[in-house]
Structures are given as structure tokens and as C-alpha cells.
Design a protein around this ligand. Sequence first.
Ligand SMILES: C[S@@+](CC[C@H](N)C(=O)[O-])C[C@H]1O[C@@H](n2cnc3c(N)ncnc32)[C@H](O)[C@@H]1O
Length: 161
Amino acid sequence: MVDRAEYVRSAPRPAVQADAIRLPFRADCFAAVAALWMLYYLDRPAVALMESARVLRQRGTFVACTSSRYNDPEFASVLPQWGEPLSFDAETAPEIISDHFTITKVVTWDAPAVRLPDGAAVALFLRGRGLSADEASLQAGQWKVPLTVTKRGGLIWARRG
Ligand SMILES: C[S@@+](CC[C@H](N)C(=O)[O-])C[C@H]1O[C@@H](n2cnc3c(N)ncnc32)[C@H](O)[C@@H]1O
């Protein structure tokens, strides 16, 4: 696995601390590359896709997953960026990937998937979605619990060449 975060130094091997836009691997050396829940952090995901294509063998598998911009609709009113495009979201991912790979399958989901049993779980969830600790704990008391959150996203399978 590759991640640019510090924790990689103590992660189980094989693990490499590196940036997805400059992979420390030679060309054509992997049979598969998976970019899971991370391309939306990049302003220009296309650069990481080019790097992925470079290290992938001809006919190798590429797979990426990402959230929908309409993920977690129950919290649409409190998530400031809700509904706005991400640099790589389920709505645009197939088109972005198709500039670099041949898409073989797209799987999307839109289903009640996460149950938040109490206010503490709501607060933790909202922290994970970018609210400050104060905002999250303020919000936590406003929701009727248990609350089920709808997850929306997509998994895109592709191959090089
Ligand atoms: C939501 S986590 C997903 C982690 C893992 N892929 C998984 O599915 O469990 C996003 C990860 O992307 C990493 N990340 C963000 N931008 C990156 C980049 N340019 N290169 C490498 N890793 C990056 C972050 O450090 C973070 O660990």
C-alpha cells in the first residue's frame, strides 16, 4: 500500500510513504492498482491517474472508489459543501477515469447503510465529515437517534489499454 501520511511508517509491510502523484516505482510493474477513497483529496486527480497508468502493466486492472457529492443526505443541511462537486466524485469519476483507462464496470450504491445509535455517534460521524468538535457536539443533540445514514458512492473498474 501507498499513502503519504506519517502513519505509513508504522503500518504493516509492504507499505510505502509516498505521494500518489509521484510513485516511487518503475513503469509497468504492477498487475493492479487500487485508489480507494483518496482521489477526491487531490486537486488534480488526473495526475495520480497518469501515475497509476504508468506503473500498471498493459491490460492491468485499475479500480477506484469514491463518494457521491450527495452522500449522507440526512445531513445535507449541516454539511457546508453538501451537493457541491468534489474533484473526483461518483458523478464524474467514470468520465475522469475514461481519459486514462478503459472502463470495464461501474458499481454505484445508494442505500441506508450506517446506523448511528446515539448522540456521541452522531458527533463522531460529523467530525469525520469535517465539522469542528464544537459544531459536531452542538449538532449531536439536535438529531433523533438512532439515525440511519444513506451512503452514496461508486466503484469504477477499468483496465490499462
Ligand atoms: C479516507 S483515507 C482512505 C485510506 C485507505 N485508502 C482506505 O481505503 O482505507 C484517505 C487517505 O488518502 C491519503 N492521501 C491523500 N492524498 C494523498 C496523496 N496525494 N498521495 C497519497 N495518499 C494520499 C490520506 O493520507 C489518507 O490516508
